[in-house]
Structure formats: C-alpha cells, structure tokens
Design a protein around this ligand. Structure first.
Ligand code: DHB
Ligand code: MG
Length: 212
C-alpha cells in the first residue's frame, strides 16, 4: 500500500494507546526480533474476534505480548474471556507476562511456557479462534491441532502467509518456507475450512471452520 495511505489507515483506525506503543517500543531494547504484528493487523484481529463474539482464544507464539494485548482486549472480562497463549522462549514469556500485567489483562491471559507441540495435546477443544504466529517448520502440525481445537464457526488466523515473499520463491527450500507453503495449501484446500489471505503486513490467513 502507498505509504501515505498506510499512515492514514493506521492513524485513523489502529492508533495505539500508550500501553501498546510502549510494549512495541520495548522489543528492540529487549533484543526481540522485530517480527511482531503491526497495529493494522492487531486491529484486524480485534475486529474479527469481536465479530464472532469470541470468549476463548488460543495463540501460538506470544513473543513480547503485543499481539496478545490486541487479542485479549477483544474478549469479555473474566471469568468468561480468556486468552491462552503458548511461548517456548522463557525470555519472551517474561516480557509477555509483563506486557499483560501492564495492560491490566493479567487475569484474562493464561500464558503457558513450553513447546506448542507439547502443550497442544493438553488443551480442551472449543476455542472461538486460534492465532498461529510461531515457528514455521511445524505449521502443518499447527494446522491440524488448530482444526481439532476450534469450535465450528471458529476462526483460524495465521500470520506470515507471504513469509516475506518466500511463499512464492521456489528456490527457497528451507524448512520454514516449506512449512508456510504447506499451511497455506492446507488452509486453501481443506473442506473443513473456508479461508483466504488478507494482504496486511506479511499476509494473514483468515479462515472459518465449517466442518468437523
Ligand atoms: C518471522 C516473522 C514473523 O512474523 C514470525 O511470526 C516469525 C518469523 C521472520 O521474519 O522470520
Ligand atoms: Mg509472525
């Protein structure tokens, strides 16, 4: 998108409050890679969760908690609203916990430290939405787990559908690029899902589970 139009949309629709701005600004100083979602992507996630009246959301990959704050804010307060977010890196998890506390969302968020593939089998199904934003190689497995854990009518959301262009770079045979391509193929072709890609930032897969 044209840069001026991009700024126009961000400022009008996705302006950050000081809490979100501080969490995002902390990433470089904390040594986190600059791979968090953008404000427009956060607002899109927020709108989608409100649209399905989500109360329970699962996130794979908390990073510094920036996306988690957008997600958790879309949910009703406890005891109904609950974001479950999984993070493998203890340093990231500590920063995410701090972010949720600062945003006043500590009681609305359950952060589970561990590898997603170890944690996923311990979760009960019925989530209103799953946001996948973790390591890319296991994406086909994350797809299957997400489908298992989502309720019918729930949203499957996945960051990095484009993977900086690697999705269409046939020379890139890296496990991460292959994982992204495999996830996209599954999301596009699985009869249990209707899905598309919204070209926000690095591409967001948006799907609705329509069958078991
Ligand atoms: C990268 C970007 C992401 O948004 C992510 O979730 C993981 C990795 C990357 O640029 O490598
Ligand atoms: Mg991402």
């Amino acid at each position: 998108m044209d840069e001026r139009l991009q700024s126009y949309v961000t400022e009008l629709f996705a302006a950050e409050d000081p809490i979100l701005a501080a969490i995002r600004a902390r990433h470089p100083a904390a040594g986190l890679p600059p791979i968090h979602i953008s404000p427009e992507e956060g607002k899109l996630l927020y709108v989608l969760l409100v649209a399905v009246e989500a109360t329970t959301v699962l996130e794979l990959g908390s990073l510094g908690g920036y996306s988690g704050v957008w997600l958790a804010r879309a949910l009703p307060p406890p005891p109904h609203g609950r974001l479950t977010t999984i993070e493998q890196d203890p340093r990231h998890a500590a920063l995410a916990r701090q972010a949720f506390a600062e945003a006043g969302l500590g009681s609305r968020v359950r952060l589970i430290e561990g590898a997603a593939l170890d944690v996923l089998p311990t979760l009960s199904p019925g989530f209103d939405a799953v946001f996948v934003d973790a390591d890319k190689e296991p994406l086909p497995q994350y797809f299957e787990w997400s489908m298992r854990l989502l309720r019918r009518g729930g949203l499957l959301l996945c960051d990095n559908a484009f993977f900086h262009g690697a999705a269409v770079d046939e020379q890139d045979r890296s496990p991460a690029a292959e994982g992204v391509r495999a996830f996209n193929r599954l999301a596009a072709g699985d009869p249990r899902l209707v899905a598309t890609v919204v070209p926000v930032r690095d591409g967001l897969v948006v799907g609705v589970k329509v069958g078991e």
